[in-house]
Design a protein around this ligand. Sequence first.
Ligand SMILES: Cc1ncc(COP(=O)(O)O)c(C=O)c1O
Length: 449
Amino acid sequence: MSHTKKHATALLKTAHTHMPMGVADSYRYWGEDNTVFVEHTQGATITDCDGQEFIDFRLAYGPIILGYRDQRVDNQVIQTITEKGTISGFSTPLDSEVVALIKDLCPQIEKVRFANSGTEAVLGAVRTARGYTKRNKIVVVEGGFHGLYDEMMWKSDVDNWDSATQEAPEIAAFGIGIPESSREHLETIPLNDLEALQAVFDRVGADIAAIVIEPIMGNCGSIAATQDYLQALRDMCDNNQSLLIMDEVKTGFRVAKGGVQELYKVYADLTTFAKAMGNGYPVAAFGGRKAIMDTIFFGKDGVTHGGTYTANMIALSAAKATLTLIRDTDALATVQQTGEKIQQRLSKVFNHFHIEHKFAGPAAMFGVHFGSFVPQNYRDWKQTNSDLYTEFAFNLIKRGIMLEPDSREPWFICEAHQNIDLDWLENTAMSAMAEAVATHTSTMSSSNK
Ligand SMILES: Cc1ncc(COP(=O)(O)O)c(C=O)c1O
């Protein structure tokens, strides 16, 4: 069971001489002993550079919806780039073909622009909303995440928050290098709290350009907005001529063909997409109502949008193949059913150890919370036994199940998970939890009934 990490150790040592923290993205650094170097991916499996295989529920933070190296997607990309190329700095017929697919899946979308990452898509949507409304303020939700650009790099510091107080958690920058001025136009509210929502509109409503929300918080254990709350947000925005931006970077083309908006039947003015739309290829988009999107035009009264790599043919051929499969096959139904089966096996394990637990969000992207109720917002999450979760997660990783060792990151399911051995999963989870319980006896007694 204990695999040697000889190659990973050597690779990290070399990488330290080349990159800060020895990694290309700070979140990939899991410490000197646990940083993962991947050699190979296939289906729902990743293999590290020391030859250990993992069934992967992290899926690169969500983009993999079909499976790693899905031939149906890869072949279309290879064909496009070998026959046509990658970029030319001009339009291609692919641009409209992919938009048409997005519109087939998400009928509320009328016009779209592309981007290369979720961050860029959010940035474009926010700028467009400000341009359209001629207002500045952006309201975000505690526990949401919208990418790594200055304005969105202010978080509710629930980690260091005393849940016994009535005070809101402090809003803290992700680190240094983020000017204080970047939060000037940012307001933060807790999810599912109508009073807080009303209060922010009462206070600064005349300047609210948009609310940006992940209705199912893919960065906070899939804690979800209630139907009533989302509808109230929609109504409040309409009454105030503010826009509702739904950040579907994680949920889009995953939780349903039409994303969270299909599930809730509450529709945004602007929506951001990335991740699942390309099954791992770097492609993103934002779009929405025609009247709003048409604020994008050249000139001092228009919103400027573009970028060298925007709508490159690698990204768009991947999106075309992926979105076609999502539209025309029952891949997402398979993802959902597989996720439900996995939840049942996990429940069996948790029940065996008398661990109270709740799943949050849809089975395609579910959070696991150790506690007696489904958290309704980020502050509630603090009441869950996340330490036990982290212990359990590291024990799973040791045994060949990959996931983020933080209960704020959901379990991502892809179509290729339909072929995994569920008995093996259950037995592995059983042994991982037995070890976690053994090292966590004192914590356990407080969360058990
Ligand atoms: C909801 C949401 N928005 C935006 C982003 C930023 O996307 P990217 O990492 O592609 O820039 C993420 C990334 O996880 C996300 O989950």
